[in-house]
Design a protein. Structure first.
Length: 65
């Protein structure tokens, strides 16, 4: 699943995000969602989340449980 729909996300799931600093390279960071920061239902570049380690980025891929 891609991370463009807010309804697909919930705290505690594992995702790959792209950090602001890594947007040009596309380097992904894996982590567990702590907070969902985007209020709208969808976003073309991915829903913005905060991981449990405090990093913030846009979801690119959601890992199945």
């Amino acid at each position: 699943m891609n991370g463009k729909n807010r309804k697909d996300l919930s705290p505690g799931i594992t995702v790959d995000i792209v950090l602001k600093a890594d947007q040009k390279t596309g380097k992904l960071t894996r982590g567990v969602v702590k907070d969902i920061l985007t209020n709208s239902g969808t976003h073309p570049h991915g829903i913005k989340v905060r991981l449990t380690d405090g990093q913030v980025g846009r979801v690119q891929h959601i890992h199945p449980k």
